[in-house]
Design a binder for this molecule. Structure first.
Ligand code: MAN
Length: 428
């Protein structure tokens, strides 16, 4: 029994010997090769080796106490075999909290730490492998999208050329229709004038007969007798002028004359032809205007920077949505960002502004600006961060400060081969 206690005591004292060189990385081990003396790593002081890790700080740089919390600002190296090595502040050594996954920082405390490095390492390796697979798949999809982008770009260019041709043809047609309308108007005018001239001759004839009758019918009984004719016959010639005046009065019966004109098939035909030409011209004018609008719209779209290989072109004319609490956010790349409340009110969170990524990769962020002004705040703006993923989707939306929005947008075209190299060279 006694023997067991003695063995346990010796074992414990070995285990908790803080002098044991702990908390240093492999590259620093050579400074701690046990000799009689120890030179502080900054070269400032020489101390007996027993003073290393004796829980008393001798060196200004704290290098004599890598395994204790004695030196302020000292650091303890967690080897963390199987996971990632890292430094912790030496004040955390034996403080009762497990900081190193290999439990090396709590060698003399009441806390019993488990070595979790293996599990952590496995988990992280699985994560990294997952990321690598995503990256591989993302890069494969990106390649496809680049190829599609080139085709799409050519398609848009051809579309522009077609539209320009359509506009040119329409312009020729427009001139022809303008000329035809002008001609139809002129013909209509001419027919009306001819009819007017015909009408006035006809009316003059009618009114002359009526007036002569009235003059001759002196007793106004509606019939003319021989006596009445004889009495007036000499007088008629002198009254020629007066009859012309009557004609002016009789002009009041115009309505009847006009309706007669309306029935004139020539006028009707001329009027219909003019109307038809006006309608045709209007149609061509509208088509010309539409074609020009489409040209300008397409030209504007084609001036946007879609990436070095037009890989972002496919995002044009697409929209992506995400519901976050009571709002539905819609991102239409290269166009606009909106926010729709549950009540149905939609506000603009910004219109396409510019690429705003880092100097190394300007395509990593998009800025949408000049959205709806915020009440007692700034104009709404949105910054979209593009991250690598195998799908193209809006992943998250935040509003870190009032009316300033941040979106995470995942797409294969954001995958960069350089990330893969970084992953391959990770410390794992
Ligand atoms: C709306 C939304 C919010 C915004 C407030 C500011 O409710 O656009 O995102 O913070 O207005 O008043």
């Amino acid at each position: 029994m006694r023997c067991h206690i003695v063995i346990a005591a010796v074992f414990w004292s070995v285990c908790v010997d803080s002098r044991k060189i702990r908390g240093i990385s492999l590259s620093y081990k050579r400074f701690y090769r046990e000799r009689k003396t120890f030179l502080c790593i900054d070269g400032s002081k020489m101390i007996p080796f027993e003073q290393v890790n004796d829980d008393y700080c001798d060196c200004e740089d704290g290098s004599d106490e890598p395994g204790t919390a004695a030196c302020p600002g000292g650091r303890f190296y967690c080897t963390n075999l199987g996971f990632r090595p890292h430094y912790i502040q030496s004040s955390r050594v034996n403080d009762g909290i497990c900081d190193c996954c290999d439990a090396s920082d709590e060698y003399n405390s009441h806390t019993r730490c488990q070595n979790s490095c293996r599990n952590l390492g496995q988990r992280e390796r699985a994560d990294v492998e997952g990321q690598m697979r995503t990256l591989d798949e993302g890069l494969r999809l990106k390649q496809q999208l680049i190829e599609e982008g080139v085709l799409l770009w050519r398609e848009k260019q051809a579309q522009l050329r077609d539209l320009q041709q359509v506009a040119e043809d329409l312009q020729v047609k427009l001139e022809e229709h303008r000329r035809r309308k002008h001609e139809a108007d002129r013909l209509k005018e001419q027919t009306l004038k001819a009819r007017e001239a015909g009408d006035s001759g006809h009316r003059r004839q009618n009114s002359t007969v009526t007036s002569i009758f009235q003059i001759l019918d002196s007793n106004k009984d509606g019939s003319i007798t021989v006596d009445e004719v004889q009495a007036k016959v000499a007088f008629v010639q002198d009254e020629e002028r007066a009859l012309s005046d009557d004609e002016a009065v009789i002009k009041g019966t115009h309505g009847a004359a006009d309706s007669l004109a309306d029935e004139d098939p020539n006028i009707k035909a001329a009027e219909m032809a003019a109307e038809r030409e006006a309608a045709d011209l209007k149609k061509v004018e509208e088509a010309y205007e539409t074609a020009n609008m489409e040209i300008s719209d397409l030209r504007n779209k084609l001036t946007i920077d879609y990436g070095t290989d037009w890989e972002f072109l496919f995002l044009n004319s697409q929209c992506y949505q995400l519901k976050v609490y009571e709002y539905t956010y819609t991102l239409c790349p290269f166009n606009q960002v909106t926010q729709k409340s549950a009540a149905g009110t939609e506000v603009s969170l910004g219109k396409w502004g510019t690429w705003a990524g880092t100097p190394e990769n300007q395509y990593s962020q998009m800025r949408y600006e000049s959205g709806e002004p915020c009440w007692q705040g700034p104009t709404r703006n949105t910054m979209v961060t593009l991250t690598c993923g195998t799908e193209t989707a809006l992943r998250s939306v935040r509003e870190p400060s009032k009316c300033q929005y941040i979106m995470d947008f995942q797409t294969p075209v954001a995958c960069q081969p350089v990330l893969k190299q970084q992953g391959v060279h990770s410390e794992l």
